[in-house]
Design a protein around this ligand. Sequence first.
Ligand code: OGA
Ligand code: NI
Length: 359
Amino acid sequence: MSCSWQSWPEPVVPVQSLAQSGIRSIPERYVKPPTDRPLTKNVDHDEAAEAAQLKIPVIDFQHVFSEDQALREETLGRINSACREWGFFQLVNHGVSHELMKNAREVWREFFYQPLELKKEYANTPTTYEGYGSRLGVEKGAILDWSDYFFLHFLPVPLRDQRKWPATPANCRELISKYSEELVKLGGRLMKAFSVNLGLDEEHLTKAFGGDEDNLDVCMRVNYYPKCPQPDLTLGLSPHSDPGGLTILLPDEDVAGLQVRKEDNWITIQPYPNAFIINIGDQIKVLSNGIYQSVEHRVIVNSGKDRVSLAFFYNPKSDLPIGPSQELITEEHPALFPTMSFNEYRKKIRTQGLYNKKK
Ligand code: OGA
Ligand code: NI
């Protein structure tokens, strides 16, 4: 490692301030090479047209707890197929209050709508990334994404530092806590469903993650994608898979942006009302020995509307070794991944750059 992890290599420009300055063309720093731009496909190609019709499954989580065994099994089966084939699904009737979801999203929108001077008090550094930021990675001269974000830790408790969370809007901290508590519970229920679906003991993944809530590593990245005068030239977030366990994403209500890779195509997810978008991260892919996919995704932007999303990362205790589960290693299906802790994995990714990661 040659460069310092303490500070950014060049001044950080919030994308929101660029967007608000009224520019008609975006600075070169945000222009992606032609092959990485949103519309690189030949759209009259049959395959692309067909792919555009594809949708990730929408699953009713309530059915997993139904008295009706057939319904329960069918729903678990749908979750299982989604994890294998897409690594992504939308979840409804997930038990989290719709009002709480809306309040959490809107309080963050208000946070980003505050004056820049105020937000800059939370400016982050590449040491922990906690706080308000506009870039990932410290490579000088890198092409940047069209987004700002706020990153914070919720678990383990010693990493939770509420003083680093926004003090305004006034109810922001309280909402973050309430929302995160609910999502930790939802994450636990999903882990059980995934364990059963993999043919493992119901508690298997929970144990592999550290055994109980106090041991988890849970953090949240709130993304803000300002309007963009040239959305065809850039991306809100470059292609990546999520390095952790699983992600519970609360998208904006009526503006799409998240795209999921399906073979050579990018499928735009149309957010279903009051749904969360769930996706498998690299650690569950490893624990499942590749049965579940941690799929690449990216975000496109648009000129008409800004977009807010809350990405909640449910990750294993950071120093536990994570490798393919013994039960899922056979002669025909040997261990596909090395064993390492989430910390080691994260360090490896941060060093080589999130976006250079091989699938
Ligand atoms: C992320 C992410 C998607 C979105 O933060 O890792 O993939 O729609 N976000 O903002
Ligand atoms: Ni992601």
